[in-house]
Structure formats: structure tokens, C-alpha cells
Design a binder for this molecule. Structure first.
Ligand code: D5M
Ligand code: ZN
Ligand code: FE
Length: 529
């Protein structure tokens, strides 16, 4: 943090600060934490912050206490409640396969007259400012770095990289062992050496540094094999004699804290789906029609009928239609050639859904909004085809469903994670979502398959931890718990396409996760037979 950063941090909070106080903060080994501490403890009557308002002694001891408290709470926290993880009923339980009803009328939902509120907590819609200038990229990555490094900083005492450089790295205040030092950086390069070690180049706002991960250190090496470019990670280790390289001993991720399971306080059920691909000639119209019947209570299966009566929300995480011009030769695989006609057809389907079910639709890479993410909600001329119980949001977004927080992200970055991280595959999409949670970021890699717009704020950072992370895109259903966050990939309504045959993507179409909003137990309903 340089002088301007310190000055800006105080001005943004409405304070002035003397040059001496700025110097004092900048000369401290953890200026960012000191700024936060001063802001938190300043007397509201103070207008100009001076040296006398900065209680260094109290701050230094608070740093120590925080670090210890964190460790203690981590150790004392119970294992996450795994009773949930096997709780999602056997996904292939045939009792939940759809059966048509012989008596179609008279459906009465338990929640016909119950309000099912939606509040949108995070969404790029109407907030996009980016035009693609260089400084916007700087600001975008700085926002990511600041928010993720702040999480990590609660767990390790890190130094600015600049202070490690030769001649400056002699005073390792805050380190537990002599010579041990920590930094927090964004990974800008990863290489393997001829001896099989990894060399990472990591950057913070003050400089960059090389970090060695030795292959002999099996556990650390395994952890590092999950790293991808542009992630923010804390490294603790020792410096080589020339002061140019850190030999890492420990890495600290912004990972979720272990927290106690909690009741949501909500009730009813939410259906999670995505990748409907209306307009594609592989869109599975018959199973989809059965799904619409089910939402209307049109089934003889009592278990299914009971579920349909409980539904309050329906969430669609992108690729509502197949779109046009999305991939070469797509016109050969379309049943509806005009994108507006595709949305018109989608609108007709959504008009058939009971009005007490509140619907959320966010876009994906086949939808008619900008391809660069974060994507805003669908435009008004398309929204007009849909009934009033539909709320359109951007991709990604965070919504609150009467006390249950859901982060929706279409999941294009899963393509990047499958390509880069061992053990992450299209067949088990939630493994990619676990990586997102560990690194607290939905789409870290810049410049690969996901085109990222450098907005002022990095909307992909997971700072506000949701109860549910809902993705789609890969067309395979998956459900998994990770530290009390329910990870769901909601599959598709599209059969395998020619393109997917060529790249060996095997979809699990017409299977729909239903989440109980009180217990977050999940059941998968099948509509394909
Ligand atoms: O993507 C559906 C699935 O198909 C998803 O698993 C990725 C895969 N897919 C789509 N496009 C490509 C390319 N260009 N390369 C590799 N894999 C791909 P959807 O966005 O619904 O078409
Ligand atoms: Zn799709
Ligand atoms: Fe997609």
C-alpha cells in the first residue's frame, strides 16, 4: 500500500489524514490492516487523523490475538454436517420418475397464497462501466486482489513483496520462526523445472516474487497442482540466501471457513435448472412438457405431487435458448432459426407455470446478451415475452430467496478448470465448483475461454458466502456439499449434440435437482422416461 492508497482509503471513508500519519502507516509492515484498524477505532468526532490517533501498540497486539483466535475457532469448529451429503435421495430412485396424471384438474399448491420474495444482492445489470481501457484492468485485478487477500490476511501475517527484495528483507516482524516469511500474491506464471519442482511467479501491488514448490514436499505439491493463473494465494516459506526466491512450506487459500451448520429458517422447495436450449433440434420437448405438467401438479405419483405442491421458486442458470451464431454450423442444428422466436417460445412455456412459483432467469453463453462476463440480464424486448412472476438477473448474481442465499453462475469457467486442474472433469461438475469455493472465485483465469469484462468490481469473487452455489453449462447434474455450501450443477434439457459427441461431452438431460429450502436436502427428479 503506497501513500496514495492510504490517503484514498481514508478519503473514501470521509476522513482527512495528516502527511505524518500517512508516513507512519506506510512504514508499518501491514499497512492495509492498520488502515482497517484505524478506521474501525477512530472517534467519530475526529476530522483529520493524525499520528496521535493511531494506537500502534493496541494494533500490534490485536493482530496477534486475531491470528490466534482464528486458529482456535478453526480447530474447535465441528466437521460440517455430513448428514446432508448423503441426504439427497438416491438420484436414480425410480419412484421419482415422472408418471402422467389420469386426473389433471384440481391442483392446489400449499403455497398458492404465500408470498415468495426475491431480493437481488449482487448483479452487474445497470452497473457496467467498462469500456476496456488499460486502467480498468488494473482496477479490476486490484479489486480482486484486495478482497481475496483480505480474507487470507485474517489467517497469516503477510508482508508486501517489495519489502522482501534484497536489503529490505532483514526484519521479519510477525514471523514465528526466524527467517520464515509470508506473502500474498496473485499467480501470474507457473512453470515446472527440469527437476520436477514448480516455480510460481506471484504478484502483489508492490512487486512480484518467485516461489518454489518442491516436488519432494508431496502434500504441498498436490495442493499447488490445483492452482490456476490469476488466483490469489498466501505463501509462507524461507528465502534463499540471495533473497530472490521463496521456498514455500505452506500455502493459505482464501477457502471457506469451517462453520457450524445452520437452519435456514425458510420453507418450501426450489427447483434448480439450466441449459434448456429452446430452439435447438436436440431440445427435449417431451420431457420438458412433462416437467411443466409436474409444476402444475399434473401427475399420479403421490411423492411427486407432494413435491410439486411445495415448490416456491424455479431458478434457471443460463442457456435458456440455443441462440444463433454461437458456434460454426449451428444453423444445421436449430429447430427455431430466429433468436426472438426462440425467446417467444420460451415465454410461452413460462406462461404455463403456476403464477405463485417465483422464477429467476440468468443468462449463459447461448443467450442474447454480451458474451463478456459478468453478463447483464436479458434485454427488455425479450423480457416482455415472459410473465410477471419472472425476475431477470445477470450472470453471475446473488439472490436471497426468503432467507436462502443462492449464487447463480452459468459456469463457463468450468471449461477452463476441466482443462487445467487434475481430477476436475465434465462428468463430476461439482469438483470444479469445489475449486471455486477454495479459491473464493468463480472464474479466475483471465484470457482463456471465458471472456471477462474488467468492471470496477470483480463480480466473480465469492466474498458473500452463499448457502447454495448453482451452476450449469456442462449439461451434467451434480450435487455435493462443501463446508456447508450446497453445490449444484443443474444439468440440461438438451440431448447430446453433434459437437458434444466430437468432444465427448455426455449430458444427463431432463434431470432436475429440487432443494428443500428448510433443510437444503436435495432430490433429483427424472423426466426423461
Ligand atoms: O456447453 C455445453 C457443453 O459443451 C459444456 O460442457 C462445454 C461443452 N462445450 C461447448 N462448447 C465447447 C467448446 N468450444 N470446446 C469444448 N467444449 C465445449 P454449451 O455452452 O451449452 O454449448
Ligand atoms: Zn448449455
Ligand atoms: Fe453454456
Amino acid at each position: 500500500m503506497n501513500e496514495t492508497d492510504v490517503l484514498t482509503a481514508f478519503i473514501e471513508e470521509g476522513y482527512q489524514i495528516s502527511p505524518e500519519a500517512v508516513d507512519l502507516i506506510c512504514s508499518h509492515c501491514t499497512p492495509r490492516e492498520l488502515v482497517a484498524y484505524v478506521l474501525e477505532h477512530i472517534d467519530l468526532s475526529v476530522l483529520v487523523i493524525d499520528v496521535e490517533h493511531i494506537d500502534l501498540e493496541a494494533f500490534n497486539s490485536s493482530l496477534h490475538v486475531d491470528e490466534e483466535t482464528f486458529k482456535l475457532s478453526e480447530e474447535l469448529s465441528p466437521e460440517p454436517d455430513n448428514s446432508y451429503s448423503d441426504s439427497y435421495d438416491d438420484p436414480y430412485d425410480s419412484s421419482y420418475s415422472y408418471q402422467p396424471s389420469s386426473m389433471s384438474s384440481g391442483f392446489k399448491s400449499n403455497y398458492c397464497n404465500v408470498d415468495s420474495p426475491i431480493s437481488v444482492l449482487s448483479d452487474i445489470t445497470d452497473n457496467s462501466t467498462c469500456v476496456g481501457e488499460y486502467m480498468e484492468f488494473v482496477q479490476f485485478f486490484r479489486n480482486r486482489y484486495t478482497r481475496l487477500s483480505d480474507i487470507i490476511r485474517g489467517r497469516i501475517t503477510a508482508r508486501p513483496i517489495e519489502s522482501l527484495k534484497k536489503g529490505k528483507g532483514t526484519n521479519f516482524r510477525g514471523s514465528r520462526e526466524a527467517g520464515e516469511v509470508s506473502i500474498i500474491g496473485m499467480i501470474s506464471d507457473m512453470k515446472s523445472t527440469s527437476n520436477g519442482h514448480k516455480i510460481l511467479e506471484v504478484e502483489d501491488p508492490t512487486g512480484s516474487f518467485s516461489v518454489l514448490i518442491r516436488s519432494a514436499d508431496k502434500e504441498l505439491y498436490e495442493q499447488a497442482s490445483h492452482f490456476v493463473l490469476d488466483e490469489v494465494v498466501g505463501f509462507t516459506g524461507t528465502l534463499t540466501n540471495d533473497g530472490n526466491l521463496m521456498i514455500a512450506q505452506k500455502v493459505t487459500l482464501p477457502d471457506l471457513p469451517a462453520v457450524n451448520p445452520k437452519k435456514t429458517g425458510s420453507f418450501g422447495k426450489a427447483i434448480l435448472t439450466s441449459d434448456i436450449h429452446i430452439g435447438s433440434n436436440t431440445f427435449l420437448e417431451e420431457p420438458w412438457d412433462r416437467f411443466i405438467d409436474f409444476l402444475n401438479g399434473d401427475t399420479d405419483n403421490e411423492a411427486l405431487l407432494a413435491i410439486s405442491k411445495e415448490i416456491r421458486y424455479l431458478l434457471v442458470a443460463g442457456d435458456l435458448v440455443d441462440g444463433v451464431g454461437i458456434y460454426p454450423g449451428q444453423e444445421e442444428e436449430l429447430s427455431i432459426m430466429d433468436v426472438y422466436d426462440q425467446y417467444k417460445k420460451a415465454g410461452e412455456y413460462f406462461h404455463m407455470i403456476p403464477k405463485h412459483i417465483k422464477i429467476i432467469i440468468s443468462p449463459g453463453n447461448h443467450d442474447a446478451v454480451r458474451q463478456a462476463e459478468p453478463q447483464p440480464r436479458l434485454p427488455e424486448c425479450i423480457r416482455d415475452y415472459f410473465p410477471d412472476n419472472v425476475t431477470f438477473v445477470g450472470n453471475p448474481s446473488i439472490v436471497d430467496l426468503d432467507g436462502v442465499k443462492v449464487m447463480l453462475y452459468h459456469g463457463r469457467s468450468i471449461d477452463d478448470l476441466v482443462a487445467s486442474v487434475p481430477g476436475v472433469s465434465y462428468g463430476e461438475p461439482t469438483k470444479a465448483m469445489v475449486e471455486m469455493m477454495k479459491f473464493r472465485h468463480l472464474s479466475p483465469i483471465y484470457g482463456s475461454r471465458v471472456s471477462i469484462a474488467p468492471e470496477k468490481r470483480d463480480y466473480f469473487v465469492i466474498s458473500n458466502v452463499p448457502d447454495i452455489l448453482h451452476c450449469g453449462h456442462v449439461h451434467t447434474v451434480g450435487v455435493e456439499w462443501y463446508k456447508n455450501v450446497l453445490l449444484i450443477n443443474s444439468g440440461t434439457w438438451q440431448d447430446q449434440t453433434e459437437f458434444q459427441k466430437r468432444v465427448n461431452v455426455v449430458p444427463t438431460p431432463a434431470q432436475v435437482p429440487v432443494v428443500d429450502l428448510e433443510t437444503l436436502k436435495t432430490t433429483i427428479l427424472k423426466f426423461n422416461e
